[in-house]
Ligand binder design. Sequence first.
Ligand code: PHE
Length: 342
Amino acid sequence: LRDKYLRQIGDAADEAALEQVRLAAVGKKGEVALKMRELGKMTPEERQVAGPALNALKTEINSALAARKVALEDAALDARLREEWLDVTLPTRARRPGSIHPISQVTEEVTAIFADMGFSVAEGPQIETDWYNFDALNIPGHHPARAEMDTFYMARAEGDNRPPHVLRTHTSPVQIKAMEAQGAPLRAICPGRVYRADYDQTHTPMFNQVEGIAIDRDISMANLKWCLEEFCRAFFEVDEIELRFRASHFPFTEPSAEVDIRCSWEGGTLKLGEGDDWLEILGSGMIHPKVLAAGGIDASEWQGFAFGMGIDRIAMLKYGIPDLRAFFDSDLRWLRHYGFSA
Ligand code: PHE
């Protein structure tokens, strides 16, 4: 019996075969168990000899099984290691990692600079009611600014005569939402997508703006000027920057100014802070009392400035991107060239 099983254990080629031997030998219904049952029929003298012998046999078979099991596992591991061998010195296949889109990058930069000046970030929906996009900003129904803005109107179901929703034409509606949500005093920027039906080298139907507002008891145009100059120096990384405030008109600010940055185009390359050219980068002004009122803020106690800047526009300036439309073509070659590594 002993020799038979020890040989079978030695011969078992894998763990399944070994298990068969175990069951046949020392399993509940195995041969050793059967022999043990026979002990009952023996005389006490016979039993005194056979009992310990059977126990010893069982122990010996069990340890042979355990030893064989370890040997088989080692062999299986060796085989697997041989099979799954990798040459780690082989060159890798070229990966194509994604990159940060210049607009995302610039939005981050703008946000970080204004955060340093105490501005929080507010956001609003891209589909707006005409109250937020127009009326609350002192642009009533008949106002020519509505036509000038090349607004996209959302279709309403037939018979639904409520005023249509619009794709927001600027980030200014977020001024009102921020006032409603936070009250005064308030300092916030609102970056996001805006839409106008317009298309050429410097206009795309979807583009990006960042709105900025600061409301407090004694905010003035001087604060606006300092804030924008400070921003431009940090953003364009130029110490000497010159901004020109040109009197303008927006329904939601009074007085209003468009802001240009001094630059030169010598040899086709743009230089900021020098030269005789001016590039418009934003619209701004002191928030109109009616707009403060629409946002639930008492205009006799609070005043503020607001500006709206084209993110795509300043991204083109900073990174020398000549055509605005390329931002939104999703051309992988362009994205790899102008994108920022993550
Ligand atoms: N909303 C204006 C535009 O889109 C910009 C602007 C914002 C002007 C805030 C003044 C104050 O042209």
